[in-house]
Design a protein around this ligand. Structure first.
Ligand code: SAM
Length: 277
């Protein structure tokens, strides 16, 4: 099962007969739906005047409509490298007040957005997905005006309990954690957001959002979708055929346990950029 060093192989997920899985865009929409109540709760607690905001790696929806709903006069920027995501986001945004939305197809690591221009900068699941957490956080601090808020949301998948008597999902999650660590990323970096913020010179407040999914909810596919999303990294720890078998087994386990419910966790951390930063 474990690939010996030096024999890495590219996993071509098109070869995997898992055709009924949600697309990446659909998955981001499912994820945004699961975490919408947590987002609303946090947005309700923002106690500064927000006229400008950026959602980094916004995907097909991210926080964009929620930000506009909360501050209808907002000048809002969404950043994503994937034009399909931005197309989807464009179709979902209908500014109702005098707010404006700019969707920028650019890499958040080399963004040309102006420094200290935003009252609020948000990023969800971008540290766990892309790594380079210190670089990302430093970038978000740079974009935020002194006195503005930096908000980061990251998962803690350790609360995800697969159906009793099954092993494929746990194995997939374990391999994904290991593969991401080898690639310099941390799947469950929600557990360490306070340290990451501290290292960036920020004093975070944080809270934990926990959702027990309804039976048969599509977000139960989390281990399978994460494996698909990180297939390139997984090639360092598992061969393509074994990964495909595990994904199929996990999918089957999910379908055989329609009554099963898992618990998912998102850690939300936020901090104010100090005047001297
Ligand atoms: C897991 S999705 C999260 C979407 C959104 N943040 C949310 O939680 O609803 C990751 C998103 O980051 C985008 N992305 C990946 N690499 C990026 C980069 N270097 N710069 C900007 N966006 C990126 C992907 O296209 C995708 O839309």
């Amino acid at each position: 099962m474990r690939r010996p060093p030096g024999t890495a192989m590219i996993v071509r997920m098109n070869d995997v007969p898992l055709t009924d899985l949600p697309s990446h865009v659909e998955w981001c929409l499912i994820q945004a739906g699961v975490w919408e109540p947590a987002a609303r709760a946090l947005l309700g607690d923002v106690d500064i005047t927000v006229r400008t905001a950026a959602d980094m790696g916004c995907g097909p929806v991210g926080w964009l409509p929620l930000l506009l709903e909360r501050w209808p006069e907002l000048r809002l920027v969404g950043v994503d490298t994937d034009q399909r995501m931005l197309e989807e986001a464009r179709g979902r945004l209908a500014p109702s007040g005098t707010g404006t939305v700019e969707l920028r197809g650019e890499d958040l690591f080399s963004s040309s957005l102006p420094e200290a221009a935003f009252d609020l900068v948000h990023a969800r699941t971008m540290l766990s997905t892309l790594g380079w957490s210190a670089t990302q956080l430093a970038g978000y601090v740079r974009l935020t005006r002194p006195g503005g808020w930096i908000v980061v949301e990251e998962p803690d998948t350790t609360s995800f309990e697969p159906p009793p008597g099954t092993s494929a999902m746990a194995e997939l999650l374990g391999l994904t954690r290991e593969a991401l660590l080898l690639a310099g990323k941390e799947l469950d970096c929600g557990r360490h957001l306070d340290e990451l913020f501290g290292d960036a010179g920020l004093e975070p407040q944080w809270r934990v959002a926990v959702v027990t999914l309804p039976p048969a909810h599509p977000y139960h596919l989390l281990p399978v979708i994460l494996a698909r999303q990180h297939a390139d990294d997984l090639a360092a720890v598992v061969d393509a055929a074994s990964l495909a078998d595990l994904m199929l087994a996990a999918r089957r386990d999910q379908q055989r346990h329609p009554e099963w419910t898992a618990t998912v966790t998102l850690v939300q951390a936020w901090a104010v950029r100090r005047e001297d930063q």
